[in-house]
Design a protein around this ligand. Structure first.
Ligand code: DX5
Ligand code: ZN
Length: 218
């Protein structure tokens, strides 16, 4: 099977020096850079928008994995595409026109991903499988870093892995990933692991060890 990718979430970074933090996780072995965008409407927290993404874009060449926790989505796709997103994911719960949004993202030349909250069944995305590059299964309720991994999502990971079949779709999980939970998610079929608090704990000197601990465990 394909190697596991680790995508540190900059939600857990020190926002007063975000550029340095992005360089530090790049050098520490991050595969992708996970960027959590929250609007205080779709989720009960507010983070950053396309201007911040654009400001940190020169700090790394690694893939910008942009997780939009916003509604509506469509009016902002172009801004995130132009700011330097490589992959743009949005929640199936964010509106009634998920297929249109996937088309919009790909129309801007970006990879398109769809996200499911822990309480959403995978049948919601079955009709979209031929039009997306990534499925992100939330293993916490979105809005905050540092929450506990919801183990009941493991069965959904396995079902979605089976549903993907031979399609070239990445299967990512987000929330509560650690050396303890990463192997459970990987065994169930996830191949991209987002990790916030487990990567950033201990500060820059610890990032490389934190990333490799998750990678080895998975
Ligand atoms: C939660 C975010 C996650 C979060 C993960 O809404 O989408 O990316 O930062 O943080 P940890 O790994 O601390 O659960
Ligand atoms: Zn996220």
């Amino acid at each position: 099977s394909a190697p596991i990718r680790i995508a540190p979430s900059i939600l857990s970074a020190d926002f007063s020096k975000l550029g340095e933090e992005v360089r530090a996780i790049d050098e520490a072995g991050a595969d992708w850079i996970h960027c959590d965008v929250m609007d205080g409407h779709f989720v009960p927290n507010i983070t950053f928008g396309p201007d911040v993404l654009k400001a940190i874009r020169p700090c790394t060449k690694k893939l910008f994995d942009v997780h939009l926790m916003i509604a509506p989505v469509d009016p902002y796709v172009e801004a995130f595409a132009k700011a330097g997103a490589d992959l743009i994911s949005f929640h199936v719960e964010a509106g009634p026109h998920a297929h249109r949004t996937l088309q919009t993202i790909r129309g801007h030349g970006k990879q398109a991903g769809i996200v499911l909250n822990p309480g959403t069944h995978e049948s919601a995305i079955e009709p979209l499988l031929d039009d997306l590059d990534l499925i992100l299964l939330m293993t916490v309720n979105p809005g905050f870093g540092g929450q506990s991994f919801i183990r009941s999502v493991l069965e959904k990971i396995a079902r979605v892995r089976a549903m993907i079949g031979e399609r070239p779709i990445a299967l990512e999980i987000d929330g509560g990933a650690s050396p303890e939970t990463a192997p459970l998610a990987a065994k169930a079929g996830a191949n991209v692991l987002v990790a916030g608090s487990a990567v950033f704990k201990g500060g820059p000197a610890a990032y490389a060890n934190n990333i490799s601990a998750i990678r080895k465990a998975a």
